[in-house]
Design a protein around this ligand. Structure first.
Ligand code: SAM
Length: 302
C-alpha cells in the first residue's frame, strides 16, 4: 500500500538516487547551492514570433552569417550547424584561435537574435590536434553560456563504424607516448531563454521508436563521404534529420549558418520543414542549391 501511495505522490531527489522517476519532484536538487545563479528559464512568456516572408524561405544566402540581415528577430525555430574548423580546408582562413572563436561568437550572437523564445541549437563539432589537444567543444560551450544560451546537454556522435579510422596511435603498444584516436564528435544542444517551445497547433512528427532512441545521449551512425558529396566536410544527413525530428515541429524554420553542401536543407525538406542557409563560398552555395533541386525533384517523383 505504501508503495502505491508513493507512486501517486511522485518520486523525489534522494541521497541514493531513484530507480524510476514518476511525477518526479526535483525542486530539492535545483534549490541546492550548486545551482545558485545558474541560467534557468529566463523568460516564462513566449515573445511574439515574427513571420519570415515567403520569398526569403527555403533559400541559401551566399554571404557571411556574421550578419544575417535578411532575418528578423524571433523568427527561426531551430539552428543546426557544423562550423568551419579553421584547419586548412579549402574554405578555411588561417585565423588565430582567438580570431576563430570571435567569428563563432559573432555568428552565434546573430543566431540568438533570430531564434524564437525556446528556439533550439545543435552544434556539431570535433576537437582538434594532440599537441596540444584543442577542446573546441569546451570553447563553444563557454561562448554559448556567455551569450546567455541555456545548455540542454551534449550528444556524443559515435562514428566508429565509418571506414578509415585513424591509425595515428603514437607509440605502438608502449606507454612512452600513446595517442588517443577520436572516434566521436559532439553535438552540443542549447535553447534560447526557455527550455520549452510554444506548441499551439503545431504538429510533432517523431515516431515513438525514434523518440526513445534519439533522446539517448550517444548516437551511432557512419560519417559520410566528402568525395561523394563534393564538399570537404559534410555531416551525414542522419545528423540534421535526428535533430529536426527531436527538436522541431512540422513547418518550422531550420537555419544553418554554415550550410556547406546543403545537408541540413535536404533533411529539412524531407521532414516537411523550411530551411534557410548561409555560406560564404559561392561554389558551396551552388553545390547546395544543385543538391536541393535534385532532392526536390526526387520528392516530387515519389
Ligand atoms: C564544416 S562546413 C559545413 C558543412 C555542412 N554541415 C555540410 O554538411 O555540408 C563549414 C562551411 O562554413 C562555410 N563558412 C566559413 N566561414 C563562413 C562565414 N563567415 N559565413 C558563412 N559560411 C561560412 C564554409 O564555406 C563551409 O562550407
Amino acid at each position: 500500500m505504501r508503495g502505491i501511495d508513493k507512486m501517486v505522490e511522485g518520486t523525489q531527489t534522494s541521497s541514493f538516487g531513484t530507480s524510476a522517476r514518476i511525477n518526479h519532484d526535483s525542486s530539492k536538487f535545483y534549490n541546492s547551492k550548486m545551482y545558485n545563479g545558474l541560467n534557468a528559464n529566463k523568460q516564462d512568456s513566449f515573445e511574439k514570433e515574427n513571420i519570415i516572408s515567403k520569398e526569403l524561405l527555403n533559400r541559401i544566402f551566399c554571404a557571411s552569417s556574421e550578419t544575417m540581415k535578411e532575418l528578423p528577430d524571433h523568427s527561426v525555430h531551430l539552428m543546426i550547424t557544423s562550423p568551419p574548423y579553421n584547419v586548412g580546408k579549402e574554405y578555411d582562413k588561417d585565423l588565430s584561435l582567438e580570431e576563430y572563436l570571435n567569428l563563432l561568437r559573432n555568428v552565434f550572437k546573430e543566431v540568438k537574435r533570430v531564434l524564437v523564445t525556446g528556439g533550439r541549437v545543435g552544434i556539431n563539432v570535433a576537437n582538434l590536434g594532440r599537441k596540444p589537444y584543442i577542446p573546441l567543444h569546451a570553447h563553444i560551450i563557454q561562448i554559448m553560456s556567455e551569450l546567455g544560451f541555456l545548455m540542454r546537454g551534449e550528444i556524443i556522435w559515435d562514428k566508429s563504424s565509418s571506414a578509415g579510422t585513424s591509425t595515428a596511435w603514437g607509440s605502438w603498444q608502449s606507454a612512452k607516448n600513446p595517442t588517443l584516436r577520436d572516434i566521436h564528435e559532439y553535438i552540443l544542444i542549447f535553447s534560447k531563454d526557455n527550455y520549452s517551445r510554444y506548441k499551439d497547433k503545431k504538429k510533432d512528427t517523431i515516431t515513438k521508436k525514434d523518440f526513445m532512441s534519439f533522446t539517448k545521449s550517444i548516437w551511432t551512425f557512419s560519417a559520410t563521404s566528402a568525395r561523394k558529396i563534393g564538399h570537404p566536410a559534410p555531416f551525414p544527413e542522419e545528423l540534421p534529420k535526428r535533430l529536426i525530428e527531436l527538436y522541431s515541429f512540422e513547418d518550422d524554420i531550420v537555419l544553418d549558418p554554415f550550410m556547406g553542401s546543403g545537408q541540413t536543407a535536404i533533411a529539412a525538406i524531407k521532414a516537411k520543414r523550411n530551411y534557410i542557409g548561409y555560406d560564404i563560398d559561392e561554389n558551396y552555395c551552388k553545390l547546395a542549391e544543385k543538391r536541393i533541386k535534385e532532392e526536390i525533384s526526387q520528392v516530387k517523383l515519389s
